[in-house]
Design a protein around this ligand. Structure first.
Ligand SMILES: [Zn+2]
Length: 507
C-alpha cells in the first residue's frame, strides 16, 4: 500500500446462530440433513402462513451483540427486504432495518504482526455499527446444466454484524475475523465453521488520497475464509489505487473473489438500498426487551477471548503466542487455569505452575489430542482431567520423578486412567537417591559397556575433554536406563565420573 493512499474497509459478517429451529418457524435448523427435508409453509413462503419469532435466536443474537459492546434497542422491529432470487421462495427476506437489535459497539483485536511484541502493545479498536437479526436463504447447487435448490437453510437464523470502515489492510480484517470467530465460539452462539457457511463475510472497500476521506466503495463477496478476506482485500486495494493513479474512477459495483485466479471480478453493478423496498413486516410485532431478558443476556456473557489472552499474559507471565494458543478455545483455556490452580494447591510455585502447565499442554497434551482425533475444544473428552496433569506437573516440580519418567507417568495416566501418584508409587518410578542403588546401576552399565569405558578412560588420560564429555554422557544415559529411569541423574553422573577417573589412573 502506497503511503499517500488510504484504504477504508468495512466488514459484514453473517453468523449462523446455534438454535434448534429456524428463525420464524419450527423447522429443524441443521447443516447436512437430506435436502428439502426441513421445510414448512412458513419458510417456503406459502400464502397465509404466519411467522413467529424464535425466542432463542433473539436471545443468542442479543448475547453476541452485547459481547461486542453494542447497546440493545429497547424495542426491536423487523422489516421485509424485497428481492427475487431462486434460493428465496418468499421473494423477500425478513431482516431488520430501522431498529436493529444492537447498535454502536466495538471490539479490540490484536494488530497484525504484533506476535512477540511486548505485552499490551499493538491493539486495534474496531467500531461495530450494528448487529441485526435476519433469515438465511436456501442453497443453490450447480450441477452441469442444472441448478438444484436446497431450502433446508431458508429461514435459518442469522446475525449480521456490520463494522464501520475502520480497517486499513487485509491483515487487519483477517485478524478481526479470527477474533470474531473465537468470540462467537466462546459464547456458544455459532460454530464458526466457514467451510460449511455458518460464518460468511462480505466486505466493502474504498481508497482515497490520505486525508481526503472515503472513496467510492466497492463491495466484495465470496470471502469464505479469513485468508481469502486478507488476499481479496489487498488485491482490491491495489487494483483501486492503480485505477485512480492511471486517471480512472472506481465504479460502484459488487465484485466476487475468485480463489482460483487470486483476483476480484465484477459480479454486478450495485443496487442502492432503496431498491430493496424495505417495509415493516406486518406479521411480526415489535419486540420489547424487558429487564428479565436483559438480565438473562448479561448472565450469558463470558470473558472475551482476547481479554482472556491478555489476562493470561499479565497474570501467568505467558508470552503472547502461548497465551493465544491456550485461548484458542474456551474449554482449553478453562483446562489451563484449572490445572494451574491445582498444581499450586499441590505446592508448586506460581511461576513454575504457569510455565510447566503451559509447556505440557503445548507438547504432550496437544500430541495426545491429535492422536485421538480431537480438537482443543474437546480436551474434556480426552480422559486426562486437568487435576491429573497438575499432579504430573507437581511430581516433576518436587524432583520426585525425572523428566523422562514424567512422560511415562503422563502416558499411563492418559492411557490407563490411573492417578499419577499411584503409578509412581506402585511401579517404583520415584527418583532413587540411595548410594548403593546408584552404584549398582553405574557398575551394571559400565560392565556392559566395556569398550566405551576403555575409550573414555583413554580420552581422559589424553586430556581430550570433548570426547570425555560425549562418552561420559553416553555412559550416564546407560546407567540411568539400567535403573529403569529412576536413578537421580546428578548422583549417577558423579558415580560414573568417579569410576572413569579410577579407570584412567589404572591405565
Ligand atoms: Zn419452516
Amino acid at each position: 500500500m502506497r503511503e499517500d493512499y488510504q484504504a477504508f474497509i468495512g466488514l459484514e459478517v453473517h453468523i449462523h446462530l446455534l438454535t434448534a429451529t429456524k428463525a420464524f418457524c419450527s423447522c429443524r435448523s441443521a447443516f447436512g440433513d437430506e435436502p428439502n427435508s426441513n421445510v414448512c409453509p412458513v419458510c417456503m413462503g406459502y400464502p397465509g402462513a404466519m411467522p413467529a419469532l424464535n425466542a432463542e435466536a433473539l436471545r443468542i443474537g442479543a448475547v453476541v451483540a452485547r459481547a461486542l459492546h453494542c447497546e440493545l434497542s429497547a424495542e426491536t422491529r423487523f422489516e421485509r427486504k424485497q428481492y427475487f432470487y431462486p434460493d428465496m421462495p418468499k421473494n423477500y427476506q425478513i431482516s431488520q432495518f430501522a431498529s436493529p437489535l444492537g447498535v454502536g459497539g466495538w471490539v479490540d483485536v490484536p494488530a497484525p504482526g504484533a506476535s512477540g511484541t511486548p505485552r499490551g502493545a499493538a491493539i486495534r479498536r474496531i467500531r461495530i455499527k450494528e448487529c441485526h437479526l435476519e433469515e438465511d436463504a436456501g442453497k443453490m447447487i450447480h450441477s452441469g446444466d442444472v441448478t438444484l435448490v436446497d431450502y433446508n437453510r431458508a429461514g435459518a437464523p442469522l446475525l449480521e454484524i456490520v463494522t464501520e470502515p475502520d480497517f486499513e489492510t487485509g491483515a487487519e480484517a483477517e485478524a478481526y475475523l479470527q477474533q470474531l470467530r473465537r468470540t462467537v465460539r466462546y459464547l456458544g452462539a455459532c460454530d464458526g465453521n466457514m467451510e460449511e457457511g455458518s460464518m460468511r463475510c462480505d466486505a466493502n472497500v474504498s481508497v482515497n488520497r490520505r486525508g481526503a476521506g472515503l472513496g467510492q466503495k466497492v463491495e466484495i463477496k465470496n470471502l469464505n475464509s479469513s485468508r481469502f478476506v486478507r488476499l481479496g482485500l489487498d488485491y482490491e486495494i491495489a487494483r483501486q489505487v492503480e485505477l485512480v493513479e492511471g486517471g480512472g474512477t472506481v465504479r460502484q459495483e459488487t465484485r466476487l473473489w475468485n480463489e482460483n485466479r487470486d483476483r476480484t471480478e465484477v459480479m454486478r453493478v450495485k443496487e442502492d438500498s432503496h431498491d430493496y423496498r424495505f417495509f415493516p413486516e406486518p406479521d411480526l410485532p415489535a419486540v420489547g426487551l424487558d429487564a428479565a431478558f436483559l438480565a438473562e443476556v448479561e448472565a450469558a456473557l463470558v470473558e472475551p477471548p482476547f481479554d482472556r489472552e491478555r489476562r493470561l499474559e499479565a497474570d501467568y507471565g505467558l508470552d503472547r503466542e502461548r497465551a493465544s494458543s491456550i485461548c484458542e478455545e474456551r474449554a482449553f483455556a478453562d483446562y489451563y487455569e484449572a490445572a494451574v490452580a491445582e498444581a499450586r494447591r499441590l505446592g508448586v510455585g506460581a511461576g513454575p505452575a504457569a510455565e510447566r502447565t503451559a509447556a505440557w499442554m503445548a507438547g504432550d497434551l496437544r500430541r495426545a489430542l491429535r492422536a485421538a482425533g480431537l480438537g482443543a475444544a474437546e480436551v474434556g473428552s480426552l480422559g486426562m482431567p486437568a487435576e491429573r496433569l497438575a499432579a504430573v506437573v507437581a511430581l516433576v516440580d518436587s524432583g520426585r520423578v525425572s523428566a523422562t519418567v514424567a512422560r511415562k507417568v503422563f502416558d499411563a495416566a492418559l492411557g490407563e486412567g490411573v492417578e499419577p501418584e499411584d503409578v509412581v508409587r506402585e511401579r517404583g518410578w520415584e527418583l532413587v537417591f540411595d548410594p548403593a542403588a546408584i552404584a549398582a546401576a553405574a557398575d551394571a552399565a559400565l560392565a556392559a559397556e566395556g569398550a566405551a569405558l576403555a575409550e573414555a578412560a583413554a580420552a581422559l588420560a589424553a586430556g581430550d575433554e570433548g570426547r570425555v564429555r560425549r562418552l561420559s554422557g553416553y555412559l550416564v544415559g546407560k546407567a540411568i536406563a539400567a535403573s529403569g529411569g529412576t536413578a537421580d541423574p546428578s548422583a549417577v553422573k558423579a558415580a560414573v565420573e568417579a569410576r572413569l577417573a579410577a579407570a584412567s589412573k589404572a591405565l
